[in-house]
Design a protein around this ligand. Structure first.
Ligand code: SAM
Length: 165
């Protein structure tokens, strides 16, 4: 997923888990400000110890998204959240918080990792999904999706996928 994160000044990682993606982000983007959200207390504690350069926030993202103040325009969100297995009372405020971050600047995007061939969740108004890559060597095959402003899509080889979840 770190492949999709270039030229950004801040990275918000949501659902960092054991830190596999975090590690790649830190290595590839050492000068970017990194804010990491992880639900599990123990995992969050381990992430804090392993990545002292990151601001690690424990607990549910949607309940803590208010810490995301003063982000630069060039901010990207990287998510490993398992949307298809989350309840609607988590999905709805999480998607709303993502949308608020993306609406703040057209250049921003969400990079979402999923094992599902379908879009991770219905694109909020004004945003659209693009499937960027399928990693066939992963078991099961994994997809990387981008969610960004409809007016700022610059890719050429990915199909645009809008509202159908
Ligand atoms: C599929 S795992 C991510 C895997 C991760 N890339 C890794 O290297 O381990 C999803 C993670 O999201 C976390 N999570 C689930 N719901 C969350 C939420 N609402 N806010 C923040 N983290 C959440 C889970 O605790 C889990 O660690």
């Amino acid at each position: 997923m770190a492949d999709g994160v270039e030229a950004f000044e801040a990275i918000v990682e949501v659902g960092a888990g054991t830190g596999v993606v975090t590690d790649s982000l830190v290595r590839r983007h050492p000068s970017a400000r990194l804010i990491v959200f992880e639900l599990g207390d123990q995992l969050a504690t381990e992430l804090r110890g392993r990545f002292p350069q990151a601001h690690v926030v424990g607990g549910a993202f949607h309940a803590n998204a208010s810490v995301l103040q003063d982000l630069p325009a060039k901010t990207i969100i990287v998510s490993g959240l398992p949307f298809r297995s989350l309840s609607s009372d988590v999905v709805e405020p999480t998607v709303a918080a993502f949308a608020e971050l993306l609406y703040a600047d057209r250049a921003r995007r969400l990079v979402q990792f999923t094992y599902q061939p379908r879009v991770p969740f219905t694109a909020p108004v004004g945003l659209c999904w693009h499937r960027i890559k399928t990693v066939w060597l992963n078991a099961p095959p994994a997809n990387v999706w981008h969610l960004s402003s409809k007016t700022n899509w610059q890719g050429s080889d990915a199909a645009e996928l809008g509202a159908s979840a």
